[in-house]
Write a new protein. Structure first.
Length: 425
C-alpha cells in the first residue's frame, strides 16, 4: 500500500475517466443470475458462522433475518491485476426498528484467510482497504473507510473508529430497495460514492494490484439481514489473452478501422472512411460484436434499474404532492371558516354599536329628567319650608298649656300633703 501526493489537475483528469472492461472472474450478479446451480458462485468462496450464506437466484443472503449473531462472507478467488478499476456493489439491509449489524466491502491481500468472516472490529492484521457501513454512534447510518498495511491489529486496537480516513452519513436500512456503493480507483485518486452521491474522495491513496475483493456482514442479537445482489468489477485496460475480461464500454478499445480524418475546420465533421468487412478478420468481427452485445446488455440492465428507481422516486413525489394537496384543501376550508367568522364578527360589531347608541340615548333622557326634577325642587324649596314650619301662636299655646298643667299638679300635691294626718314622735 502506497500513499502518494498529486496535483488537483491530475486528480480532475483521473476523476473523469471511467472503467470500461468487465472483469467477469471478479464479478457476480451482473448477468441477472448469482449462481448456475444455487449451490456455489463461480470464482467465489462463501464463508459463514454458524451457518453459511444462502444463495438464491438473484441474491446472496449473508445474514438471515433470524436468528441473530450470524456472520457471513463471500470472497473472490482471483486477484485484481489492474491499477485503474471500479467496483459496484448492490446490497440491501433490512430488520426491526432497533436492529443492528454491519457490512464490510474489502479489497485486501489474501482476504479469505486474513479476514474471513470478520468485521472491522474483529479483523486482525490485514493488508488493504475496507469500507464499513453500520449504525455508528446511533447516527442512523454511516459509511467509513479504513486502511491497513498489515502492521495494525484492529482486533486489539483501543479505538478502531479513530482510524477511519473518510466517512459520510448514509441511511441504508429498510429502504425497500437495494443500495449501491461505487468505488473508483485511479493512479492518482480514490473515490467512494453511495447511491450516486459522493461520500468521500482522496488523492493520497493508491492501492496495489494483486488483492482480492470480498464482502462480509455480521448481525447482532437484534439482527439486521444483509443481502448482496451483485458485485461488478471493471478495469481500464483490456487484455485479449485473458478471456476473463470483456468490454462494457459503448465502443471497443480495439479499433481495426483506420483513424478518422483530421478536421480541417473546427465545428465541421467528416465521415470516416469505410472499410470493407472482408478486410477485417472474422475473429475480430466476432469479438467486436460480442463486446458490443455485452455493453448493450449492461446498459439495458442499468437503464432498467434507473427506470425502476425513477419510478419509485416519482411515486414518492406524487404521494408527497397528494399529501400537500390534502393539506392545502384543509387550509382552504379553514380560510372559508375564517371568512364566515369575519362576517359574524362584523355583525356582532354592528349590534354592539347599535346597543351603545341606544344606551347613550336612554342615559341622556334619564339625566335630563333628573336635571328637570332638581331644577323644579330648588324653585319651590322656600315655599315648602315656610309651609311646613308651625306658627308662633301654636308654640305659645303649647308653652302656656304646659305651665298651667304643672301649676295645677303642684297645687294638688300641696293640698294632698296638707290633708294627711301629722305624725309625732
Amino acid at each position: 500500500m502506497v500513499l502518494i501526493k498529486s496535483s488537483l489537475s491530475s486528480l480532475a483528469l483521473v476523476a473523469c475517466a471511467q472503467a470500461g472492461y468487465l472483469a467477469s472472474d471478479l464479478s457476480f450478479g451482473h448477468n441477472g443470475k448469482i449462481s448456475p446451480n444455487l449451490r456455489a458462485i463461480p470464482n467465489f468462496h462463501l464463508l459463514g458462522h454458524p451457518n453459511p450464506p444462502e444463495i438464491l437466484s438473484n441474491k446472496v443472503i449473508l445474514t438471515p433475518p433470524a436468528p441473530g449473531n450470524q456472520r457471513g462472507a463471500i470472497w473472490g478467488e482471483k486477484a485484481l491485476q489492474s491499477a485503474e478499476w471500479t467496483a459496484d456493489i448492490d446490497f440491501r439491509a433490512s430488520g426491526p426498528e432497533h436492529g443492528d449489524g454491519n457490512i464490510q466491502i474489502w479489497y485486501v491481500k489474501d482476504g479469505q484467510n486474513a479476514v474471513g468472516t470478520s468485521s472491522i472490529y474483529t479483523a486482525g492484521k490485514f493488508d488493504g482497504f475496507v469500507l464499513t457501513l453500520d449504525q455508528y454512534s446511533g447516527s442512523g447510518g454511516m459509511v467509513r473507510g479504513f486502511l491497513n498495511d498489515g502492521t495494525h491489529d484492529y482486533k486489539s486496537h483501543h479505538s478502531v473508529d479513530s482510524l477511519a480516513f473518510g466517512h459520510c452519513k448514509f441511511a441504508f436500512r429498510n429502504l425497500g430497495r437495494s443500495s449501491r456503493v461505487h468505488l473508483q480507483h485511479g493512479t492518482t485518486s480514490f473515490r467512494v460514492e453511495v447511491d450516486g452521491k459522493l461520500c468521500f474522495e482522496s488523492s493520497k491513496i493508491q492501492l496495489p494490484m494483486g488483492y482480492n475483493f470480498g464482502i462480509s456482514a455480521a448481525s447482532a442479537q437484534n439482527p439486521d439481514s444483509f443481502e448482496v445482489f451483485e458485485l461488478v468489477v471493471a478495469t481500464e485496460t483490456h487484455k485479449p489473452e485473458h478471456d476473463s475480461q470483456h468490454v462494457i464500454h459503448d465502443t471497443p478499445k480495439e479499433n481495426t478501422a483506420p483513424p478518422p480524418v483530421a478536421q480541417s475546420n473546427p465545428g465541421t465533421y467528416n465521415d470516416p472512411p469505410e472499410v470493407p468487412a472482408s478486410e477485417i478478420p472474422v475473429d475480430v468481427q466476432f469479438a467486436d460484436l460480442h463486446n458490443r452485445l455485452q455493453a448493450m446488455m449492461k446498459h439495458i440492465v442499468r437503464s432498467q434499474a434507473d427506470a425502476h428507481d425513477f419510478q419509485e422516486m416519482q411515486t414518492h413525489k406524487i404521494s408527497e404532492l397528494s399529501n400537500q394537496v390534502v393539506l392545502l384543501s384543509k387550509a382552504i376550508e379553514k380560510f372559508d371558516y375564517l371568512q364566515g367568522m369575519e362576517k359574524k364578527i362584523d355583525h356582532i360589531g354592528y349590534d354592539v354599536k347599535q346597543t351603545k347608541s341606544d344606551l347613550h340615548d336612554t342615559l341622556k333622557l334619564q339625566v335630563q329628567g333628573i336635571k328637570n326634577v332638581v331644577e323644579d325642587h330648588h324653585d319651590n324649596l322656600k315655599e315648602h319650608v315656610i309651609s311646613s314650619i308651625p306658627s308662633i301662636f301654636a308654640y305659645t299655646i303649647v308653652v302656656l298649656g304646659s305651665q298651667g298643667v304643672l301649676i295645677v299638679a303642684f297645687l294638688l300635691y300641696k293640698r294632698r300633703k296638707a290633708n294627711q294626718p301629722k305624725k309625732y314622735l
